[in-house]
Design a protein around this ligand. Structure first.
Ligand code: GDP
Length: 529
């Protein structure tokens, strides 16, 4: 079906790239934008990051560490398809942010370094995708460098992740022997642009990527065995089956080199042809279909102070149904009231632009002053909320120390802002002690402390908390829960949504408490809302 005759939701490709740091996510992102026509030259993503940092000077720590902390959204169009690439931070400490971003995509590209294979962060993120049955395309990067044997890599991925693979492209040699990339469906060999020299040092004819060529005699030493191996592999591996791909069971494998432009066009073509459009989304009362006429969406990320002069806060909303138009009023389900959506933004690769219209799968940025929190649902009046945006029990807990008691109120407000934004979690002990901050990784807390100082002028210190574990507590028996809270008052806190939390000294005390209180549920994951 031609793209124009499909519904707008069917022409959206909303995806994220998951990878271990250094596998090549930034490079691939740049090249996708380049191939998609969104940017003119490579190096732009990084350069853009620099500009943003110097312009608004926010997230001092990001600059100091040279890492990317904040996610962004990049939109580009190619052949009638709108690609929305949601960037996820690569650092392991920011996995919470990444998890939330993955709740807003319909597909993921898993980038694997051909030399390193599956790494810890790849596995973690893959598991999140699997939990949500997100379809995954596997991009094995850096084939222009020495890597593991392709067969060994495929074996590692399929057995290590229990994932069926199907071949899309195949490398002809790797590292110094790299001669090009074979496109299996197109039956063509793509070769490096530069003039190559044969093993005897003679120069060989220049070929453009994409040009169909006969494999030269001189290359048969490399090409022959590579193609034989490919043939064996094709016999062994399952054929592509779209249904199986969409269910998240079968992943097409694209060998490539983001740096040298191999496999990038194939990846975009694959997503355009076979990738899912905007998918239905589960809400508490029913499943919401993308082609429903009424607008609905949910906030998966909040970012504050993107522009320091305006002290703004932007909620990133993934649209799930309907046609969103600028100037609309939407129903804020948690607040139980309609809200005007002022100056909604698209996040194009180059700048923020005012959105006139947006469709399921699209992301819009809504400036607000704290009204919208991560997990909030917006509809045209129906009172349902989308599910699947979790809070994870923190793995690091720190107590806030702040000497300026006159500004304590200001600090509490700033901490609430940060908690709502999802920078870290805040637990307020019911006995009135200083708040405890929780995060999945320590870097998250460093970011928080740095931002409190930079943006609010509130220098705090963090010291080890007397707790190592936090669990949300619930019970079907309200009386029992009350008894539990009374008996453990010094270990009970409330999170930003006033959900009761048990703070345990360590795993051993937690286990003992769980045994003592069989009617209390101790939750490591809490769905927002
Ligand atoms: P990220 O941490 O996953 O975002 O990785 P980057 O995109 O920053 O890449 C990490 C390093 O690998 C950089 O030095 C890149 O230039 C290099 N790199 C990325 N892709 C390729 C590739 O296809 N081939 C080679 N040789 N190097 C690459």
């Amino acid at each position: 079906m031609a793209a124009e005759t499909r519904s707008p939701a069917a022409t959206r490709r909303t995806f994220a790239i998951i990878s271990h740091p250094d596998a090549g996510k930034t490079t691939l992102t740049e090249k996708l934008l380049l191939f998609g026509g969104a940017i003119q030259m490579a190096g732009h993503v990084r350069a853009r990051g620099q500009n943003r940092r110097t312009r608004s000077d926010w997230l001092e720590i990001e600059r100091a560490r040279g890492i990317s902390v904040s996610s962004s959204v990049m939109t580009f169009e190619r052949d009638g398809i709108t690609f929305n690439l949601l960037d996820t931070p690569g650092h392991a400490d920011f996995s919470e942010d990444t998890y939330r971003t993955l709740s807003a995509v319909d597909a993921a590209v898993m980038v694997i370094d051909a030399a390193k294979g599956i790494e810890s962060q790849t596995r973690k993120l893959f598991e999140v995708c699997r939990l949500r049955d997100i379809p995954i395309v596997t991009f094995i990067n850096k084939i222009d460098r020495e890597g593991q044997d392709p067969l060994a890599l495929l074996d590692e991925i399929s057995s290590g992740l229990a994932l069926d693979l199907t071949l899309w492209t195949w490398p002809i040699g790797m590292g110094v022997d790299f001669r090009g990339l074979y496109d299996i469906r197109g039956k063509r060999l793509m070769m490096p642009r530069e003039v190559r020299t044969d093993p005897c040092g003679r120069s060989v004819e220049v070929k453009e990527p994409g040009e169909v060529i006969e494999i030269p005699e001189v290359e048969s030493r490399i090409a022959g065995p590579a193609l034989e191996e490919m043939a064996l592999c094709l016999e062994d591996l399952p054929k592509f089956d779209r249904a199986s791909f969409l269910e998240g069971h079968l992943s097409p494998v694209i060998f490539g080199s983001a740096l040298r432009d191999f496999g990038v066009g194939e990846l975009l073509d694959f997503l355009a042809q076979h990738g899912p459009g905007a998918l239905p989304r589960a809400a508490n009362v029913r499943t919401v279909e993308p082609d429903e006429p009424a607008v609905s969406g949910f906030v998966f990320k909040v970012q504050s102070n993107m522009d320091r002069n305006h002290r703004d806060r932007v909620a990133f909303v993934r649209l799930c149904s309907g046609r969103f138009r600028a100037g609309m009023k939407l129903y804020h389900v948690r607040e139980k009231r309609p809200v005007a959506i002022n100056a909604p933004m698209f996040f194009f690769a180059q700048q923020r632009e005012t959105a006139d219209e947006a469709y399921p799968g699209d992301i819009i940025g809504i400036p607000n002053h704290g009204l919208l929190r991560v997990g909030d649902t917006l509809t045209e009046g129906e009172a349902f909320h989308f599910e699947g945006i979790p809070n994870f029990a923190p793995e690091v807990l720190r107590r806030v120390i702040f000497s300026d008691s006159l500004r304590a109120k200001q600090l509490h407000k700033a901490l609430s802002d940060m908690a709502e934004e999802g920078v870290a979690q805040i637990f307020r002990p019911v006995n009135g002690a200083w708040p405890i901050l929780g995060a999945v990784g320590t870097l998250q807390l460093e970011v928080l402390a740095s931002r409190l100082d930079q943006e609010y002028g509130l220098p705090i210190k963090l010291e080890n908390a007397p707790y190592e574990m936090a669990r949300w507590v619930k019970s079907e028996k309200p009386e029992e829960l009350k008894r539990f809270v009374e008996a453990n008052r010094s270990n009970i806190a409330e999170d930003k949504d006033e959900a009761l939390t048990f703070l345990a000294k360590n795993a051993w005390t937690l286990n003992r408490t769980m045994e003592e209180w069989p009617d209390i549920r101790f939750l490591a994951v809490r769905e927002r809302n």
